[in-house]
Design a protein around this ligand. Structure first.
Ligand code: TYD
Length: 215
């Protein structure tokens, strides 16, 4: 059902709270890897595959009460399953370097910790949906949650269901990312995202060079 880690490609995930600048950093990192003559696939969650983009609309729009935390977690994993099956795993099999703007650590941090479904419940759903497949590298962009939310306020789309949630949810989510990084130090690195874009990108490139390109 799941895939064991034996791909010619590499899987890099960018994680963190809202307004940390993940998407910009993911794009710049993909440009760097292309310069290194890698075939790169830049993708995101929720979304990144047929079906998954429809689920994205269901989850991210509307009022916070639209889904409870169980329903929401199942939707994120339904989206993730299609994303893996139809996009990520085929690309890794081809030998691509896949960069995903968010992946499973977001569900653990937001639903598991932030919305308090708990580590055990999220882990169970994860086990069935993803198995022991995991990223080769996870870059967690970290910023003060209030600053991050303030940065998202100018956005013009209506995908703001999570940004409307209580600040306490975001603070638990951030704590969740710290705990995830602690438990998964073999693949996770926390990066201070309260700095200029090029400084953050330089650090990301250094980490990728040291951890993955020198292999
Ligand atoms: P995203 O589009 O990455 O927004 P942003 O660029 O603001 O980070 O993600 C949308 C929201 O979905 C974001 O608030 C985090 C949330 N989310 C979860 O709660 N659980 C998940 O598993 C994922 C992938 C995202």
């Amino acid at each position: 059902m799941s895939k064991k880690q034996s791909y010619p490609g590499k899987f890099i995930t960018l994680e963190g709270g809202d307004g940390t600048g993940k998407s910009t950093q993911a794009r710049l990192l993909s440009e760097f890897l292309k310069e290194q003559h890698k075939d790169v696939l830049l993708t995101r969650e929720p979304g990144g595959a047929p079906g998954s983009d429809d689920i994205r609309q269901l989850i991210l729009t509307g009022e916070p009460e639209r889904w409870d935390v169980v329903g929401e977690t199942l939707l994120f994993y339904a989206s993730r399953r299609n994303h893996l099956r139809l996009t990520v795993w085929p690309a890794l099999e081809r030998g691509d370097w896949v960069i995903s703007d968010r992946f499973a650590d977001s569900t653990m941090a937001y639903q598991g910790y932030g919305n308090q479904l708990g580590v055990e419940a999220v882990s169970k759903i994860h086990e069935v949906s993803v198995g022991d497949f995991e990223p080769d590298l996870t870059l967690i962009l970290d910023i003060d949650v209030r600053k991050g939310i303030a940065r998202t306020q100018g956005r013009t789309n209506n995908e703001d269901r999570f940004e409307k949630m209580d600040i306490a949810v975001h603070e638990r989510m951030q704590q969740g990312f710290y705990e995830i990084a602690d438990k998964n130090s073999h693949r996770c690195v926390i990066i201070d995202a309260d700095r200029p874009i090029d400084e953050i990108q330089a650090e990301l490139r250094k980490i990728v060079r040291e951890r993955l390109l020198s292999e």
